[in-house]
Design a protein around this ligand. Sequence first.
Ligand code: ZN
Length: 134
Amino acid sequence: MTDPVAPGEQQLPAWSHTVGPGWAALLARLHEQLLALAPDYRIESCRRALGGLRIWVAERFDEQGEFDGHWMDAASRLTEEAEARSGRTCELCGAEGRPRFRGGRHGAWITALCDTCAADPRTHAPPVRVHAHG
Ligand SMILES: [Zn+2]
C-alpha cells in the first residue's frame, strides 16, 4: 500500500511508509506520546530531510476557537526529540547510526545509517520517494 497521505488528516502510523523501516519504532513511540496529549491529533507533514525526520503537527484550536499554544509547545518538544533521535538512528535497521552523504546521477542526499548498512551497496541507491497523485 503506497496510497498518498492526505496532509493534515492523518496520524503518524499513516505516514510510516514514507520513511525507512529503521524509524518505525521511533514513529510508533512518538505516536503514543502525541496520543497521550491529544487523541485526535493530526500530522501536517512527515518526511525525510537532511538525514533525519521532519515532522509537523497540525494546529489545534480549543472550544472557543482559540489557537492551542500549549498543544503546539508540548507537541513540538516531542517531535523535536524524535527528529534529533532519527539522525542518530539507522533508517534501514534501527541500530545506532549517523547521517551519511550519498550521491549519484539523480543528485545528492543524506541518510542516517549504521556502519553495517552504510557498507551495503544497496544503500547507495536514492531513498524511495513517495509519489503523491494530483
Ligand atoms: Zn543499519
